[in-house]
Design a protein around this ligand. Structure first.
Ligand SMILES: *Cc1c(COP(=O)(O)O)cnc(C)c1O
Length: 451
């Protein structure tokens, strides 16, 4: 009988994050100032972020030590288990070996606390008293609310209005951890008031909520802003996932031929994949990497690779990334965490260099995979995670057709226990497959910054 779960002792938990920047095949294009169009420097970011995170954003150091205080909090739920999905393999009758790293065991139910705790720590250390942020479905807001309470920081969350009303329990979680939550667009900021003046019924979007949270933080001495994905330092903190997975795969006596993750802003995918990408870039491994996104918000598969704003109010630095346009408001798919117009610049660079592949799926195919997984492995995955599972099942079925015995590893980024309304809709046959919103994207791409 082979093991179904590989774990590590607390002593075996990695004590450094992996920074992929020195190992990139080509240098990263610098972020540009939204006003001048010139590359920004650390001082431009100081109103929003503590210096230690700004330095991590541009660091060329390959490994960065995880502070002892952060390691201690990680140990509340880390190491996370690496599962061998024997029962799913059997259900699919595939010769493939399927493994998943399960991040749903964190108190917030996803991978997001890995960076929330680190960001709260560095802010606290540099004297920040209060953090603001945005959240879509609520996973990021709840992770940051928890991290802030650990370090005695105030937390204000601008929550995309549709989710605020659709996902009341995520809001309750944030409030239970002591955060203040307002629906975005709100009357608390100029960015919010501007949107409401044009459209009082605006459902909100991540781009709008980011504008609000950043506007709240920038002028205030005691307040910083915190972002849950996309930026280099966020992806860095998530590499604890892949560093653990490497040790666990070694214990299992196996190594992945394919690594899969869903991508919203790119952080959970990168967290698992980057240490294995290091092996491909530096040690000649041939592993394939597949990033999976929704057909309704397909930034990697259909977006333009160009400079764009990270937010709707055009206040953020310009990032070179795959984008659907910063004014694009994606359809209301249930995988709220995947509804972002852009993508992590590091993921985009690796995609452009053909290190990473990308695929997109419709919601019904995704929920079909989620239910197959739940019936085989028990765990009910988050709708975001289910995108990865769809791709894994398709790869496993390709192995069945070809008879190849590949090893597939994916990031099971979170559980779906607060997303049961979405499962309800799927099981009742009420889930809509939004066609790729071609006209809306073309309209948004017409508003890219002129350079
Ligand atoms: C937020 C979230 C995602 C998408 O964000 P990434 O930064 O791309 O990882 C995926 N899965 C879960 C469970 C999430 O909460």
């Amino acid at each position: 009988m082979e093991d179904t779960k590989v774990t590590l002792t607390e002593k075996e938990i990695p004590t450094a994050w992996y920074n992929i920047q020195p190992d990139l095949p080509v240098p990263q294009a610098p972020p540009l100032h939204p006003g001048t169009g010139q590359p920004i420097g650390p001082p431009d970011l100081l109103p929003l972020f503590p210096m230690s995170l700004i330095l991590q954003e541009v660091s060329q150091e390959r490994f960065i030590d995880i502070p002892e205080e952060v390691q201690q909090i990680y140990r509340l739920w880390r190491p996370t288990p690496l599962h061998r999905a024997h029962r799913l393999e059997k259900a699919l009758d595939t010769p493939a070996r399927i493994y998943y790293k399960y991040e749903g065991v964190s108190p917030a139910g996803s991978h997001k606390p890995n960076t929330a705790v680190a960001q709260a720590y560095y802010n606290k250390k540099e004297g920040t008293k209060r953090l603001t942020t945005e959240t879509g479905a609520g996973q990021w807001g709840s992770a940051l609310a928890m991290a802030c309470t650990f370090f005695g920081l105030e937390c204000k969350v601008y929550m995309v209005k549709v989710s605020y009303h659709q996902k009341p329990y995520r809001r309750s979680m944030m409030e239970a951890w002591g955060a203040q939550v307002v629906p975005s667009p709100s009357l608390d900021t100029q960015a919010g008031r501007n949107v409401l003046a044009q459209d009082p019924d605006s459902p909100g979007s991540l781009g709008i909520a980011i504008s609000e949270a950043a506007e709240d933080a920038a002028p205030r001495e005691d307040t910083h802003y915190s972002l849950g994905s996309v930026l280099n330092h966020v992806l860095l903190h998530q590499t604890i996932i892949g560093e653990e997975a490497q040790k666990q795969m070694e214990k299992a006596g196996d190594y992945p031929d394919i690594v899969v993750g869903c991508v919203g802003g790119g952080s959970n995918f990168s967290g698992l994949a980057f240490p294995f990408i290091r092996d491909r870039l530096k040690a000649g491994k041939k592993t394939r990497f597949i990033a999976v996104e929704p057909e309704a918000c397909p930034s990697l598969t259909r977006g333009l690779y160009t400079y764009d704003f990270g937010d709707t109010a055009e206040t953020s630095p310009l990032l070179k990334m795959h984008t659907l346009g910063h004014t694009f408001i994606p359809p209301g798919i249930h995988a709220g965490g995947l509804r972002y117009h852009g993508m992590a610049p590091l993921v985009c660079l690796l995609h452009d260099q053909k290190v990473i592949e990308a695929v997109a799926y419709h919601q019904n195919a995704v929920f079909n995979a989620a239910v197959t997984f739940a019936r085989a492995e028990g765990t009910i995955p988050a709708p975001e995670t289910a995108h990865a599972i769809r791709a894994v099942i398709d790869e496993a079925m390709a192995c069945k057709a070809s008879g190849e015995r590949k090893t597939i590893l994916f990031n099971c980024s979170g559980h779906g226990l607060l997303d049961m309304a979405a499962y309800d809709a799927y099981l009742a046959g009420r889930l809509e497959d939004y066609a790729y919103p071609k006209e809306k994207v073309e309209e948004a791409l017409a508003h890219l910054p002129r350079r």
